[in-house]
Ligand binder design. Structure first.
Ligand SMILES: [Zn+2]
Ligand SMILES: [Zn+2]
Length: 248
């Protein structure tokens, strides 16, 4: 017997939030158009690099010059913020389509398994309490829960808090973003340290651009003695692409 959501699906079959096809919140054809970032990518931050002069170090110019993530062991993303990814993320984030997360999360398995390999826990990047109240949910947490369940990993939402609301980053440069995010996250209470020390942690966010939010979220975790902290986001705008300036 179908559960309540199964019954509702029969009465109101879901439509793809990207192409409107009936059958799933994100249809198989739209999902298959969401491809991993083009190689070669930076071994540290996962950003696509120019194929012509990729350095022997494997590091992008930012990471090689110390402008890359400071508190993260590395960043990987499932796909680029372009094409079908845009309407899917906008539906998840701004149109209350929470079930989109379960459709997208399986795409995070490949970058996790090929780069991070294993971890002790998954932590979604928290929203500030006021933003969470306004939206009613944290889209990063929905992605984190669906991804973690598929990997058999625990999700912790009780150790990290967004200590202060931050200015929207859309029009900020990389340096301004870093300044904007500094100290934005903290452990929820001093006792949380014992849950973090020695642990390998995957921080999950929906979209990352420069990685400054993920990096700021990693700071208190590293300070609390985490063995490793990786950033895993669903999407990243293409470098220099027109989407880079309006990524949510
Ligand atoms: Zn579709
Ligand atoms: Zn890099």
């Amino acid at each position: 017997m179908p559960g309540l959501s199964g019954l509702l699906d029969m009465i109101f079959p879901p439509r793809c939030v990207v192409c409107q096809r009936v059958g799933a919140m994100v249809c198989a054809s739209c999902l298959s158009s969401m491809e991993p970032p083009e190689a070669p990518i930076c071994v540290r931050c996962g950003q696509t690099m120019p194929a012509t002069n990729s350095p022997a170090s494997g590091l992008c110019a930012d990471c090689a010059s110390g402008r890359g993530p400071k508190h993260l062991d590395g960043i990987r993303v499932a796909t680029s913020y372009t094409g079908a990814v845009r309407p899917a993320i906008l539906a998840l984030k701004f149109r209350g389509q929470q079930r989109v997360a379960a459709c997208l999360a399986p795409l995070m398995t490949a970058p996790f398994q090929s780069y991070i390999h294993s971890a002790d826990m998954v932590i979604p990047v928290p929203l500030h309490a006021s933003r969470r109240r306004e939206r009613g949910y944290n889209q990063a947490e929905l992605l984190a829960r669906a991804f973690a369940a598929s990997q058999g990993l625990p999700v912790r939402t009780d150790v990290l808090v967004r200590a202060r609301a931050t200015e929207a980053q859309t029009h900020l440069s990389q340096i301004e973003r870093r300044r904007n995010m500094a100290g934005a996250f903290a452990l929820s209470d001093p006792m949380a340290v014992k849950n973090i020390a020695g642990k390998r942690i995957v921080l999950v966010d929906d979209v990352t651009t420069t990685g400054s939010t993920l990096d700021a979220a990693a700071e208190p975790l590293h300070a609390a003695g985490a063995a490793a902290v990786w950033g895993l986001a669903f999407a990243r705008p293409l470098v220099g692409g027109s989407d880079a300036n309006d990524a949510p």
